[in-house]
Design a protein around this ligand. Sequence first.
Ligand code: PNS
Length: 172
Amino acid sequence: MEKVAIYPGSFDPLTYGHIDIVERALEIFDKVILAIAINAEKRPLFSVRERLEMAKAIFKDMPNVIVDSFKGLLVDYVAKTNAKALLRGLRATSDFEYEFHMASMNRSLNPHLDTLFMMTSKDYFFVSSRTIKEVARLGGAVEGLVPDLVAQRLKKKFKIPIGKKDQIGWEV
Ligand code: PNS
């Protein structure tokens, strides 16, 4: 039987850290469904449509990666698939509490559903979508940490570079 894992997240935006998890998961699973959450409470930088489009382009040569989006409870989405496990990346112990709560809640909602954690590769343990957005917003380089397509889209979003005067923070 086909072994399917669901890798849920905001992916706002997708980083090489996420891609590394997907690639490694494919050594274990036959198929990985990258499920982009539509969360009305969050104000993402990229719309769901943009995130879907970028992820589909990035994984276009990997037929075992299905890019999808979901609304509502993750366990309800999982029930509509033949996935047996959820997949999440862990960067540091600081991720653990959030992940532990989420995995425990999901398991309480569906006792047959397990969450598997993969340690992020050492090259990406400091990479998060949040810090990527901050660096890009302030005009820093994110190349090598996110796919080129994402780096280009970030540049487009933050097209007004921060002025030198603003950076110094006082009148000179
Ligand atoms: O990348 P993120 O933002 O850490 O991903 C969090 C995500 C989307 C996996 C989580 O918020 C989620 O599963 N949301 C769907 C709503 C849900 O099922 N909540 C109950 C589980 S705590």
